[in-house]
Design a binder for this molecule. Structure first.
Ligand code: GDP
Ligand code: MG
Length: 603
């Protein structure tokens, strides 16, 4: 394929505005997959978790052929995730595109992620093709939405395409626009090989499979290529295109997007943003990517401590397909050997856990999420703390101040919920509130609320509350806004004076009482009674903030069970024997590992 017959494009949108559905229609219309309109296949959503949750987590790539006025075009589509946590994936995939379809739901209009993906595409100089989707819906109001887009997004109303990805209306106009409006890649085939690695996955048999966007030159089986970053040499075993399954081809040419299997064995070797060249023909590396930044950390431990080696291997495999997760070993007195993982957000964390369970059959305990703190010590030394256990004690006089990460949050909401949203923000320690209207004069006016919030407030249940209090109408996005000084303390939970390290947390002064009470209550519910009294305390330094007591049990454990019915008794003893194996000790207190599982799963 000559470059002028190639189009590389992505689909960007707020979650649920129809990216995956449109991708399916495009693949059908070009005959890449067979048509079966009775079901919504969402071919590109390959992961089980994506199908179940109906969200796209990982950007997928597919190539299709399109005949248009006697010419065949090669269209490379990159489907992108829409959730706020996965913005990094969106940016990454846009680097391989010259154009992007910006989808907006005809009934919902511009939402928080519509703005962020639009600006990301604009910054990268990607040609934007605005599309209004779901015009088949009774509540669709394309004219109003188009006016809104042109008011907020610098979009020419005459360029907006109206479609229904569900019924298929207007899809051919989209293909036409891709060919007409997206510029072809400006690649040089007769130049030295220059390939950008923009994604990777792992195959049990072939090892690491890398997705390449070929800037210059060509690549085929048998080539010897070298990484600019590591200087390591690889033998190319197979090259191909995603059609949408992996389809081997003889040669990949500049301007194309495709996969390369070489003898890359370790997850750590595939650096996203790395440039590859042919042995003996070095090139200047391309700009590359900014490393993703972990916003949320959590410890991951196997439910059965013997499973740690297996868990660690599964985590390593999984991080290959999701390079935005950072991994470090961690050991806990209460939970044994585990890993501390950094995620882009809490949905990202949930999705990772589910993938571990689905794809690697791993049973894990995940500690409460925490954010990275910055501690300023005497002598201007700064330390970053991503595990609450390492947070300094209040009596540590070498600490000058502690700082927490802040975010600039954008909330878009119908006017009538604006007051509620402002309350929500201020009850989560938010400030600097400013608001304006998206579309003035219309009956269904919507407001944009911008505020500064501590990240730690955003990563817990903020999103759920936002949805609840706006009847599901609010959309939300946030970006990094640096660190700010804050009154934070390390809270420990203790059983008869022995701290449980896995439950350490950092809390704001204003929340100390409340959170202490919640957690001591929670512990009281899950900790089995012992032969002696157990004091549960939430402490800051040496000060007790909250306390609960579990009274001692009588010697005969079954005596208290509904008059001691025989079968019931037997069952109880069996269960006790079973769980003894997984008991953890905190001081002299026996704790079933499941107690941690329960306590960390309940909100
Ligand atoms: P994504 O999150 O952007 O990938 O969105 P999906 O493609 O998963 O679509 C979200 C939901 O909207 C699904 O239930 C789709 O069936 C539905 N949907 C997508 N396009 C249309 C459309 O044109 N009309 C209607 N009525 N529903 C649509
Ligand atoms: Mg999707």
């Amino acid at each position: 394929f000559p470059c002028d017959k190639i189009r590389n494009f992505g689909i960007i949108a707020h979650i649920d505005h129809g990216k995956s559905t449109l991708a399916d229609r495009l693949l059908e219309l070009t005959g890449t997959i067979s048509k079966n309109s009775s079901e919504n296949k969402q071919v590109l959503d390959k992961l089980k978790v994506e199908r179940e949750r109906g969200i796209t987590v990982k950007a997928q790539t597919a190539s299709m052929l399109m005949d248009h006025s006697d010419t065949t075009y090669l269209l490379n589509l990159i489907d992108t995730p829409g959730h706020v946590d996965f913005a990094w994936e969106v940016l990454r995939s846009l680097t391989a595109c010259q154009g992007a379809l910006l989808l907006v739901d005809a009934s919902q209009g511009v939402q928080a992620q519509t703005l962020s993906v639009y600006h990301a595409a604009k910054e990268r100089g990607v040609k934007i093709i605005p599309v209004v989707n779901k015009i088949d819906l009774p509540a669709a109001d394309p004219e109003r939405i188009i006016a809104q887009m042109s008011a907020t997004l610098d979009i020419d109303p005459s360029e907006v395409i109206r479609i229904s990805a569900k019924t298929g209306i207007g899809i051919s106009n989209v293909l036409q626009a891709i060919i007409d409006r997206v510029p072809p890649p400006t690649a040089q085939r007769d130049q030295k090989l220059k390939g950008l690695l923009f994604d990777s996955s792992y195959d049990r048999y072939r090892g690491v499979i890398s997705l390449f966007s070929l800037q210059d030159g060509q690549i085929k089986k048998g080539d010897k290529i070298i990484s600019c970053h590591t200087k390591k040499r690889y033998d190319v075993m197979e090259v191909g295109v995603m059609n949408p399954e992996e389809t081997p081809v003889g040669t990949l040419y500049a301007g194309q997007v495709g996969y390369v299997a070489c003898n890359m064995k370790q997850s750590s070797e595939a650096h996203i943003g790395d440039t590859f060249y042919r042995m003996g023909e070095p090139v200047e590396p391309m700009g590359g990517f900014k490393q993703s930044k972990a916003m949320v950390y959590a410890g991951v431990f196997p439910v059965d401590s013997n499973d740690f080696p297996k868990l660690e291997e599964s985590i390593e495999r999984l991080t290959l397909t999701d390079r935005s997760v950072s991994v470090q070993r961690e050991s806990s007195a209460a939970l044994g050997q585990g890993c501390r993982l950094g995620f882009l957000g809490t949905l990202h964390m949930d999705v990772f856990r589910q993938r571990l369970e689905d794809e690697y059959d791993a049973n894990v305990i995940i500690t409460s999420p925490s954010v990275p703190y910055e501690i300023l010590y005497r002598g201007n030394k700064i330390k970053h703390v991503s595990n609450p256990v390492d947070f300094p004690d209040p009596h540590d006089h070498t600490v000058i101040e502690v700082r927490e990460p802040m975010v600039k949050a954008t909330i878009i909401v119908p006017d009538e919920y604006l007051g509620d949203m402002m309350d929500l923000v201020s009850s989560h320690r938010g400030s600097d509130i400013e608001h304006k209207y998206l579309d003035t004069g219309s009956t269904a006016a919507r407001a944009i609320l911008t505020s500064m919030l501590p990240l730690s407030e955003v990563v817990t249940d903020f999103f759920d509350k936002l949805k609840q209090r706006s009847s599901g109408f609010a959309s939300f996005d946030y970006e990094d806004a640096g660190y700010m000084q804050s009154d934070l303390y390390k809270m420990m939970l203790q059983l008869n004076g022995k701290p449980i390290d896995a439950l350490a947390m950092v809390v704001h002064k204003s929340n100390v009482q409340k959170i202490g009470r919640i957690w001591t209550k929670k512990l009281k519910e899950v900790i089995p009674r012992q032969l002696f009294e157990v004091a549960i305390q939430a402490t800051i330094g040496s000060k007790v903030q909250s306390r609960e007591t579990i009274s001692a049990i009588r010697k005969d454990v079954t005596a208290g069970l509904y008059g001691g019915h025989y079968e019931r008794k037997l069952k109880h003893l069996e269960r006790q024997k079973e769980s003894k194996k997984k008991m953890k000790k905190v001081g002299n207190i026996q704790l079933p590992q499941e107690a941690f599982y329960d306590i960390l799963r309940t909100k």
